[in-house]
Ligand binder design. Structure first.
Ligand code: PNS
Length: 161
């Protein structure tokens, strides 16, 4: 069975992330969305909230599972016996950091491959930070996160003000 992991902070998940999940779920038997718990910067959403938002957004995909991980990604990959990491790339500026990360992970776990998927072009500008900034000032999140998550994300970001 082919298994891939799409890791990230997902603070919160956006339609850009969900586009990558949708497309990569068609390439593998199983896609595990790995939510990092021990982030260096303190997240706006707790890990439970980030997982809950993702779970509600991916409920239509039977081969997608949301799991949390802490520590090194390669240790999580070994633990679940997965060898493919999915990364979404929005622009050349993303590539430099992601390339370094891919090579680091390869050095730590030689059997691992990182697969870069280009972002959907309508999501090139989109990031969790952009979503939080818009929400904080009461802007519309329509089209940026799934419709059912708009009230939750909006409320949480305004609370964090
Ligand atoms: O959504 P993000 O914040 O861009 O995701 C980054 C993530 C979680 C993929 C990356 O920070 C990660 O893999 N962290 C785990 C620690 C690790 O393995 N680092 C790489 C080797 S130094």
């Amino acid at each position: 069975m082919s298994v891939a992991v799409y890791p990230g902070s997902f603070d919160p998940c956006t339609n850009g992330h969900l586009d990558i999940i949708n497309r990569s779920s068609k390439l593998f038997d199983k896609l595990i969305v790995g939510v990092l718990t021990n982030m260096s910067k303190s997240p706006t959403f707790t890990v439970e909230e980030r997982i809950e938002l993702l779970q509600s957004a991916v409920s239509a995909y039977p081969n997608v599972e949301v799991r949390s991980f802490s520590g090194l990604l390669v240790d999580f990959m070994r633990e679940i016996d997965a060898k493919v990491v999915i990364k979404g790339i929005r622009a050349v500026s993303d590539f430099e950091y992601e390339f370094q990360m891919a090579l680091t992970n390869k050095a730590l776990y030689p059997e691992l491959e990182t697969l870069f998927l280009h972002t959907g072009q309508e999501y090139m500008f989109l990031s969790s930070s952009v979503v939080k900034e818009i929400a904080r000032y009461g802007g519309s999140l329509k089209g940026l996160v799934p419709d059912e998550l708009i009230p939750i994300v909006g409320k949480r970001c305004r609370m964090a003000e």
